[in-house]
Design a protein around this ligand. Structure first.
Ligand SMILES: C[S@@+](CC[C@H](N)C(=O)[O-])C[C@H]1O[C@@H](n2cnc3c(N)ncnc32)[C@H](O)[C@@H]1O
Length: 270
Protein backbone atom coordinates (compact mmCIF):
# COMPACT_ATOMS: atom_id res chain seq x y z
CA UNK A 1 0.00 0.00 0.00
CA UNK A 2 1.28 3.47 -0.83
CA UNK A 3 0.07 6.52 1.05
CA UNK A 4 0.49 10.24 0.71
CA UNK A 5 0.41 10.21 -3.09
CA UNK A 6 -2.89 11.98 -3.73
CA UNK A 7 -1.36 15.46 -4.08
CA UNK A 8 1.40 14.13 -6.35
CA UNK A 9 -1.07 12.29 -8.61
CA UNK A 10 -3.27 15.38 -8.79
CA UNK A 11 -0.33 17.48 -9.97
CA UNK A 12 0.72 14.81 -12.46
CA UNK A 13 -2.79 14.75 -13.99
CA UNK A 14 -3.20 18.55 -14.18
CA UNK A 15 -0.88 18.62 -17.16
CA UNK A 16 -0.98 18.50 -20.96
CA UNK A 17 -0.63 14.70 -20.71
CA UNK A 18 -3.78 14.65 -18.58
CA UNK A 19 -5.89 16.74 -20.97
CA UNK A 20 -7.95 13.81 -22.30
CA UNK A 21 -8.79 12.72 -18.76
CA UNK A 22 -9.66 16.27 -17.79
CA UNK A 23 -12.05 16.57 -20.73
CA UNK A 24 -13.63 13.20 -19.88
CA UNK A 25 -14.18 14.40 -16.31
CA UNK A 26 -15.89 17.60 -17.39
CA UNK A 27 -18.40 15.69 -19.53
CA UNK A 28 -20.21 15.38 -16.17
CA UNK A 29 -18.43 17.77 -13.80
CA UNK A 30 -19.29 20.97 -15.69
CA UNK A 31 -22.58 20.64 -13.78
CA UNK A 32 -20.72 21.37 -10.51
CA UNK A 33 -20.03 24.89 -11.76
CA UNK A 34 -23.47 25.50 -13.26
CA UNK A 35 -24.95 24.63 -9.86
CA UNK A 36 -22.65 27.15 -8.16
CA UNK A 37 -23.48 29.82 -10.69
CA UNK A 38 -27.19 29.30 -10.00
CA UNK A 39 -26.79 29.16 -6.20
CA UNK A 40 -26.28 32.90 -5.64
CA UNK A 41 -26.93 36.32 -7.14
CA UNK A 42 -23.40 36.74 -8.44
CA UNK A 43 -24.00 40.01 -10.18
CA UNK A 44 -25.12 41.66 -6.93
CA UNK A 45 -22.39 40.00 -4.85
CA UNK A 46 -19.70 41.27 -7.20
CA UNK A 47 -21.29 44.67 -7.89
CA UNK A 48 -21.36 45.39 -4.14
CA UNK A 49 -17.57 45.13 -4.06
CA UNK A 50 -16.76 46.61 -7.44
CA UNK A 51 -14.50 49.66 -7.67
CA UNK A 52 -11.71 50.86 -9.91
CA UNK A 53 -8.63 48.71 -9.33
CA UNK A 54 -10.40 45.85 -7.56
CA UNK A 55 -8.80 42.42 -7.52
CA UNK A 56 -9.63 38.74 -7.18
CA UNK A 57 -7.62 35.64 -6.26
CA UNK A 58 -8.78 32.36 -7.83
CA UNK A 59 -7.30 29.65 -5.58
CA UNK A 60 -6.63 26.33 -7.36
CA UNK A 61 -7.92 27.82 -10.59
CA UNK A 62 -7.78 24.51 -12.50
CA UNK A 63 -8.82 24.96 -16.11
CA UNK A 64 -11.17 27.85 -15.36
CA UNK A 65 -14.52 26.08 -15.38
CA UNK A 66 -15.82 28.38 -12.66
CA UNK A 67 -15.21 31.73 -14.40
CA UNK A 68 -16.48 30.08 -17.58
CA UNK A 69 -19.75 29.12 -15.83
CA UNK A 70 -20.13 32.57 -14.29
CA UNK A 71 -19.62 34.28 -17.62
CA UNK A 72 -22.25 31.98 -19.14
CA UNK A 73 -24.90 31.94 -16.41
CA UNK A 74 -24.53 35.26 -14.54
CA UNK A 75 -25.03 38.70 -16.03
CA UNK A 76 -21.72 40.45 -15.35
CA UNK A 77 -22.05 43.05 -18.10
CA UNK A 78 -21.01 46.56 -17.12
CA UNK A 79 -18.90 45.59 -14.08
CA UNK A 80 -15.52 47.35 -14.06
CA UNK A 81 -12.45 45.32 -15.03
CA UNK A 82 -11.44 42.96 -12.24
CA UNK A 83 -7.71 42.10 -11.91
CA UNK A 84 -7.81 38.30 -11.76
CA UNK A 85 -4.87 36.49 -10.14
CA UNK A 86 -4.54 32.79 -10.90
CA UNK A 87 -3.12 30.49 -8.21
CA UNK A 88 -2.36 26.84 -8.86
CA UNK A 89 0.66 24.54 -8.37
CA UNK A 90 0.12 23.40 -11.99
CA UNK A 91 1.48 25.76 -14.64
CA UNK A 92 -0.78 23.91 -17.11
CA UNK A 93 -3.85 24.84 -15.06
CA UNK A 94 -2.81 28.49 -14.80
CA UNK A 95 -2.42 28.74 -18.57
CA UNK A 96 -5.73 26.94 -19.24
CA UNK A 97 -7.61 29.24 -16.88
CA UNK A 98 -5.90 32.33 -18.27
CA UNK A 99 -7.16 31.34 -21.72
CA UNK A 100 -10.86 31.38 -20.75
CA UNK A 101 -10.96 34.75 -18.95
CA UNK A 102 -13.16 37.44 -20.51
CA UNK A 103 -14.20 40.89 -19.21
CA UNK A 104 -14.83 41.81 -16.48
CA UNK A 105 -12.17 39.20 -15.59
CA UNK A 106 -8.74 40.41 -16.71
CA UNK A 107 -5.80 38.10 -16.03
CA UNK A 108 -3.07 39.64 -13.88
CA UNK A 109 -0.56 37.66 -11.76
CA UNK A 110 0.22 33.97 -12.27
CA UNK A 111 0.98 32.38 -8.90
CA UNK A 112 2.30 28.87 -9.55
CA UNK A 113 2.19 27.58 -5.98
CA UNK A 114 0.05 25.61 -3.60
CA UNK A 115 -2.29 27.60 -1.37
CA UNK A 116 -0.43 26.51 1.76
CA UNK A 117 2.82 27.89 0.30
CA UNK A 118 1.34 31.21 -0.85
CA UNK A 119 3.61 34.03 0.33
CA UNK A 120 1.85 36.05 3.07
CA UNK A 121 2.28 39.34 1.21
CA UNK A 122 -0.50 38.25 -1.20
CA UNK A 123 -3.33 39.98 0.58
CA UNK A 124 -6.04 42.66 0.31
CA UNK A 125 -8.04 40.93 -2.45
CA UNK A 126 -11.63 42.11 -2.79
CA UNK A 127 -12.68 38.56 -3.72
CA UNK A 128 -10.98 35.23 -2.99
CA UNK A 129 -12.57 31.98 -4.12
CA UNK A 130 -11.72 28.30 -4.36
CA UNK A 131 -14.34 26.23 -6.15
CA UNK A 132 -14.19 22.41 -6.08
CA UNK A 133 -10.51 22.99 -5.63
CA UNK A 134 -9.05 21.77 -2.37
CA UNK A 135 -9.67 17.99 -2.45
CA UNK A 136 -6.02 17.04 -3.03
CA UNK A 137 -4.72 19.46 -0.42
CA UNK A 138 -3.38 17.12 2.30
CA UNK A 139 -5.55 17.34 5.45
CA UNK A 140 -2.39 17.81 7.53
CA UNK A 141 -1.61 21.02 5.61
CA UNK A 142 -5.13 22.40 5.73
CA UNK A 143 -4.67 24.74 8.71
CA UNK A 144 -1.76 26.50 7.00
CA UNK A 145 -3.78 26.73 3.77
CA UNK A 146 -6.82 28.15 5.59
CA UNK A 147 -4.64 30.84 7.20
CA UNK A 148 -3.37 31.87 3.77
CA UNK A 149 -6.91 31.93 2.35
CA UNK A 150 -8.31 34.07 5.16
CA UNK A 151 -5.25 36.33 5.15
CA UNK A 152 -5.66 37.04 1.43
CA UNK A 153 -9.11 38.67 1.83
CA UNK A 154 -9.28 42.45 2.24
CA UNK A 155 -11.35 43.82 5.15
CA UNK A 156 -14.95 43.75 3.91
CA UNK A 157 -13.97 41.48 1.02
CA UNK A 158 -15.76 38.33 -0.06
CA UNK A 159 -14.39 34.81 0.38
CA UNK A 160 -15.98 31.64 -0.94
CA UNK A 161 -14.94 28.01 -0.78
CA UNK A 162 -17.21 25.57 -2.61
CA UNK A 163 -16.39 21.98 -1.78
CA UNK A 164 -18.20 18.64 -1.68
CA UNK A 165 -19.25 17.32 1.74
CA UNK A 166 -18.05 14.05 3.27
CA UNK A 167 -20.98 11.97 1.99
CA UNK A 168 -20.99 13.49 -1.50
CA UNK A 169 -19.87 11.51 -4.55
CA UNK A 170 -16.27 12.74 -4.84
CA UNK A 171 -15.49 11.91 -1.21
CA UNK A 172 -17.53 8.69 -0.99
CA UNK A 173 -16.05 7.44 -4.25
CA UNK A 174 -12.44 8.18 -3.27
CA UNK A 175 -12.88 6.59 0.17
CA UNK A 176 -14.20 3.44 -1.55
CA UNK A 177 -11.39 3.58 -4.12
CA UNK A 178 -8.78 3.86 -1.37
CA UNK A 179 -10.34 0.95 0.50
CA UNK A 180 -10.79 -1.31 -2.51
CA UNK A 181 -8.13 -0.43 -5.07
CA UNK A 182 -5.24 1.63 -3.72
CA UNK A 183 -4.65 3.33 -0.40
CA UNK A 184 -3.68 6.99 -0.46
CA UNK A 185 -4.14 10.18 1.49
CA UNK A 186 -7.90 10.90 1.63
CA UNK A 187 -9.45 13.89 -0.08
CA UNK A 188 -10.17 16.92 2.07
CA UNK A 189 -13.89 17.43 2.79
CA UNK A 190 -15.97 20.60 3.01
CA UNK A 191 -16.41 19.94 6.72
CA UNK A 192 -12.63 19.91 7.25
CA UNK A 193 -12.21 23.09 5.20
CA UNK A 194 -14.97 24.81 7.19
CA UNK A 195 -13.36 23.87 10.52
CA UNK A 196 -9.94 25.05 9.32
CA UNK A 197 -11.36 28.38 8.13
CA UNK A 198 -13.08 28.90 11.49
CA UNK A 199 -9.82 27.95 13.21
CA UNK A 200 -8.08 30.61 11.11
CA UNK A 201 -10.45 33.22 12.51
CA UNK A 202 -13.03 33.41 9.73
CA UNK A 203 -16.72 33.99 10.26
CA UNK A 204 -18.18 31.29 7.99
CA UNK A 205 -21.77 31.02 6.75
CA UNK A 206 -22.64 27.70 5.16
CA UNK A 207 -25.06 27.01 2.31
CA UNK A 208 -25.59 23.55 0.83
CA UNK A 209 -26.57 22.60 -2.71
CA UNK A 210 -27.68 19.09 -3.72
CA UNK A 211 -27.85 17.75 -7.27
CA UNK A 212 -27.21 14.68 -9.40
CA UNK A 213 -25.10 13.91 -12.42
CA UNK A 214 -25.25 10.77 -14.49
CA UNK A 215 -24.81 8.93 -17.73
CA UNK A 216 -25.87 5.75 -19.48
CA UNK A 217 -22.63 5.80 -21.51
CA UNK A 218 -20.04 3.49 -19.95
CA UNK A 219 -17.15 5.26 -21.68
CA UNK A 220 -18.25 8.57 -20.17
CA UNK A 221 -18.67 6.95 -16.74
CA UNK A 222 -15.23 5.36 -16.95
CA UNK A 223 -13.47 8.60 -17.91
CA UNK A 224 -15.26 10.54 -15.18
CA UNK A 225 -14.51 7.97 -12.48
CA UNK A 226 -10.88 7.54 -13.48
CA UNK A 227 -10.35 11.27 -13.10
CA UNK A 228 -12.18 11.23 -9.75
CA UNK A 229 -9.32 8.97 -8.59
CA UNK A 230 -6.53 10.45 -10.77
CA UNK A 231 -5.97 6.92 -12.07
CA UNK A 232 -6.40 6.05 -15.74
CA UNK A 233 -4.95 2.57 -15.20
CA UNK A 234 -8.11 1.07 -13.68
CA UNK A 235 -10.95 0.19 -16.05
CA UNK A 236 -14.62 0.58 -15.19
CA UNK A 237 -14.92 -3.23 -15.12
CA UNK A 238 -12.06 -3.43 -12.63
CA UNK A 239 -13.61 -0.72 -10.47
CA UNK A 240 -16.96 -2.53 -10.52
CA UNK A 241 -15.29 -5.80 -9.50
CA UNK A 242 -13.18 -4.27 -6.71
CA UNK A 243 -14.11 -4.80 -3.06
CA UNK A 244 -15.82 -1.83 -1.38
CA UNK A 245 -15.63 0.28 -4.54
CA UNK A 246 -17.79 -2.27 -6.38
CA UNK A 247 -20.46 -1.94 -3.69
CA UNK A 248 -20.38 1.84 -3.93
CA UNK A 249 -20.69 1.75 -7.72
CA UNK A 250 -23.58 -0.77 -7.43
CA UNK A 251 -25.39 1.79 -5.33
CA UNK A 252 -24.97 4.36 -8.14
CA UNK A 253 -26.16 2.07 -10.97
CA UNK A 254 -29.72 1.22 -11.98
CA UNK A 255 -31.03 -2.02 -13.49
CA UNK A 256 -30.37 -0.75 -17.03
CA UNK A 257 -26.72 -0.01 -16.14
CA UNK A 258 -26.98 3.79 -16.06
CA UNK A 259 -24.99 5.68 -13.47
CA UNK A 260 -26.31 8.45 -11.21
CA UNK A 261 -23.96 10.25 -8.82
CA UNK A 262 -25.31 12.13 -5.78
CA UNK A 263 -23.60 15.43 -4.97
CA UNK A 264 -23.77 17.81 -2.06
CA UNK A 265 -21.63 20.94 -2.22
CA UNK A 266 -21.09 23.25 0.72
CA UNK A 267 -20.70 26.92 -0.13
CA UNK A 268 -18.61 28.40 2.67
CA UNK A 269 -19.10 32.16 2.62
CA UNK A 270 -16.60 34.37 4.43
C1 LIG B 1 -10.73 20.53 -9.94
S1 LIG B 1 -9.49 21.74 -10.23
C2 LIG B 1 -10.25 23.19 -9.67
C3 LIG B 1 -11.27 23.68 -10.65
C4 LIG B 1 -11.37 25.17 -10.78
N1 LIG B 1 -11.85 25.83 -9.59
C5 LIG B 1 -12.18 25.58 -12.00
O1 LIG B 1 -12.85 26.61 -11.94
O2 LIG B 1 -12.11 24.89 -13.03
C6 LIG B 1 -8.32 21.41 -8.95
C7 LIG B 1 -7.03 22.23 -9.05
O3 LIG B 1 -6.46 22.27 -7.73
C8 LIG B 1 -5.09 22.36 -7.88
N2 LIG B 1 -4.47 22.04 -6.59
C9 LIG B 1 -4.18 20.83 -6.08
N3 LIG B 1 -3.62 20.96 -4.86
C10 LIG B 1 -3.58 22.29 -4.59
C11 LIG B 1 -3.11 23.06 -3.48
N4 LIG B 1 -2.59 22.47 -2.40
N5 LIG B 1 -3.21 24.39 -3.54
C12 LIG B 1 -3.76 24.99 -4.62
N6 LIG B 1 -4.22 24.31 -5.70
C13 LIG B 1 -4.13 22.98 -5.68
C14 LIG B 1 -4.81 21.38 -9.01
O4 LIG B 1 -3.52 21.58 -9.58
C15 LIG B 1 -5.95 21.65 -9.95
O5 LIG B 1 -5.60 22.56 -10.96
Amino acid sequence: MTTGDTAARSLEHWSEAGRTGMEAFYALATEDYRQLALAADWRTLLAERAHEGWSLLDVACGSGKWPTALLRHADLAGLPDLAYDLLDPSEFSVQEARGVLRPPFVARHELVTTLQDLAPEHTAYDVVWATHALYALPPAELDAAAERFVGAIAPGGLGLVAQATATSHYLAFYDAFRAGVRDATPYTTAEQVRDALVGAGADVREQRVRYRTGTSDRTVAEGFLQRCAFDTGVSLEEMEAAPVLGDYLDSCRDAAGSYTFEHEAALLWL
